[in-house]
Design a protein around this ligand. Structure first.
Ligand SMILES: [Zn+2]
Length: 436
């Protein structure tokens, strides 16, 4: 929270420095809105209470929600936005994105690293961020740049300073993996090739990498805990990357510096090491052993399953669909067991692995199919996701005092969750970015 407040301070300083009186001129970011809005909503799902509220007005002053009340007369100085045929919800949150990756199914991963400069990739990332906002995702946690250095820090700062539109962002910068475990791999050994991660080995080497990433602006440290998965019966195995000693050093170093750790872990062995080392969030978790699920409950470790991507890949590569079925079944079983056990779960999609022209809301129906109620799925992408980000005091729900991050859809997401794929009103920080 303190860090976020500090960011606000930095953003305010940047605004002051860029004011026209200092000679910067027409590209200076716009001042914060001094507007008063009444959003007249047919239905309000606030992200917290189970029962939606009908015919309610949300009062927005500048960038904050000040009141939710029964629809009635609007204050004289307020602009009315008629959403009386819509359902209003808190801005959606995706806690596993890659703004600097452009769907490596479509444009080959190696090609993005070999042929595109970081500047070019950063320009594309501004479009990813704008798309996220247009789709109704007003906050994201971006989990590594895939070889584009610290460009995510620059994008986060540019958005916070009002230079380009985009969601509130927390970023992980370069991610960590061991020697020989992460693309680019397989090129001639005589030359040095770029990597999609920062390579570190040994506890001390990895502590240094954590320090370096935090000093360059990382909010999170992302580690790859495993690679190379394979199925044996209903268990997905994986080959661990880091030793437990190395993982523990990474977690210790990050926590000592008041930062948290997100671990990519798909199979049993990788998840086990990540949980044992004390990471804060487990990403993907296609298979999690029952003992590790118990550990995650005990340690309050977050689980961010990303199940929709497999369906998309199966659709893109029909010849592999049959083979992928077994893995998808394992993922569904893990999802259900984690839910039943009470593991904390939040909404993350891995968008960037699929194209940014596709809304990350595509995953909601899969989560409902796997056993969440529509309301649970919505809360996983609002209040629960905000809790994962440690931003719960500021956003994630439609309540007085929260940031005015509000979206709306024209049909009822509680009867058909796919309604969230068609967000037609977006407000972030009290500014309207999309209207029906
Ligand atoms: Zn990812």
């Amino acid at each position: 929270m303190l860090k976020y407040a500090l960011l606000g301070f930095i953003a305010a300083s940047a605004l002051a420095q860029n004011s026209p009186s200092r000679g910067v001129g027409p590209v200076a970011p716009p001042p914060p809105p001094e507007t008063h809005y009444v959003l007249r909503c047919g239905t309000v799902i606030d992200g917290v209470t189970i029962q939606p509220r009908h015919n309610a007005d949300i009062i927005v002053d500048s960038n904050k929600i000040t009141e939710i009340r029964a629809s009635g007369s609007a204050p004289a100085n307020a602009q009315m936005v008629d959403l009386s045929r819509e359902t209003c919800l808190p801005g959606l949150i995706d806690v596993h994105t890659h703004v600097l990756l452009q769907g490596d199914i479509i444009v080959d991963y190696d090609e993005q690293l070999l042929k595109e400069s970081t500047a070019y990739r950063a320009i594309r990332a501004t479009v990813s961020a704008r798309n996220a906002l247009q789709f109704g995702f007003t906050s994201i946690r971006d989990l590594e740049t895939e070889g584009a250095g610290y460009a995510d820090v620059d994008l986060r700062n540019a958005i916070d300073r009002g230079i380009v539109p985009g969601p509130h962002m927390q970023v992980a910068t370069r991610a960590l993996n061991v020697t020989g475990a992460y693309a680019l791999l397989g090129y001639n050994w005589e030359d040095e090739w770029p990597h999609g991660v920062e390579v570190c080995d040994g506890a001390e080497g990895c502590r240094k990498a954590v320090r370096e990433q935090i000093s360059h602006g990382a909010d999170w440290i992302k580690v790859y805990a495993d690679q190379r998965t394979w199925l044996e019966g209903n268990v997905l195995h994986s080959r661990p990357t880091f030793t437990l000693e190395e993982l523990r050093a990474i977690v210790d170093e990050a926590h000592r510096e008041r930062h948290r750790v997100a671990a990519h872990a798909s199979g049993m062995e990788g998840v086990h090491n990540a949980v044992e080392a004390g990471v804060d969030t487990v990403e993907h978790g296609t298979y999690i052993a029952p003992e590790d699920i118990q550990q995650m409950v005990a340690k309050q470790t977050w689980f961010v399953p990303t199940p929709w991507l497999a369906y998309y890949r199966a659709e893109q590569f029909p010849q592999q669909a049959q083979r992928m079925q077994a893995g998808m079944k394992v993922a569904e079983d893990t999802f259900r067991r984690a839910m039943t056990a009470g593991v904390k779960m939040a909404y993350g999609t891995d968008v960037g692995a699929f194209e940014w022209t596709i809304t990350p809301a595509m995953q909601f129906p899969t989560m409902v199919k796997y056993g969440m109620t529509p309301m649970q799925a919505i809360q996983a992408a609002t209040a629960r996701a905000a809790e994962l980000l440690n931003w719960r005091e500021r956003l994630g729900s439609i309540e007085p005092g929260k940031l005015a991050d509000i979206v709306a859809v024209s049909s009822d997401p509680l009867s058909d969750i796919s309604a969230l794929e068609h967000v037609d009103f977006v407000m972030k920080d009290g500014t309207i970015y999309r209207r029906p």
